[in-house]
Design a protein around this ligand. Structure first.
Ligand SMILES: [Zn+2]
Length: 150
């Protein structure tokens, strides 16, 4: 019996693998085994491929491999979009994980997900969520001088 998390991992590995190149069933088993370090049962693989085929994520194509034709699995356009979304999701999770501090406002400390406002203060680039925070920060740093009377 395979745990659910392992099953999810095997499933997503199969999908991402097929986004790199079309493969036949045995090829998928070998490649996934190489990646996750454990054999993939064909009783798990083929029903999953069937499911992907039925939902339009994968298409099965007969292709001559050696002497006799074999069924090769390839992602459809829908499948490619799905794989691209998974990659994008992973990429954003990785960048969030490795750069937790670069995207917080220097003044109010709120998280900056996109854009932000940059200003050079004391020869250093400081990040703010908006120009108002930058101004407020500078005001705190150096209190505004009283305008001197002429
Ligand atoms: Zn702010």
């Amino acid at each position: 019996m395979i745990e659910d998390t392992s099953l999810d991992m095997i499933r997503s590995s199969i999908l991402l693998l097929l986004s790199e190149k079309p493969l036949h069933g045995y090829g998928i088993m070998k490649e996934v085994e190489g990646r996750i370090g454990r054999p993939v049962n064909s009783s798990l693989l083929y029903p999953f491929l069937k499911q992907l085929e039925e939902t339009g994520v994968v298409k099965a194509i007969e292709r001559p491999v050696g002497k006799k034709p074999k069924t090769v699995y390839e992602l459809t356009d829908t499948g490619k979009e799905l794989a691209a979304r998974i990659y994008k999701r992973i990429a954003s999770m990785v960048s969030t994980a490795i750069t937790p501090d670069t995207s917080t406002c220097f003044h109010c400390g709120c998280k900056i997900y996109e854009g932000g406002y940059y200003e050079i203060i004391d020869d250093k680039v400081k990040t703010f969520c908006c120009s108002h925070c930058a101004q407020a920060y500078k005001n705190e740093l150096a209190p505004p001088q009283q305008p001197s009377e002429p």
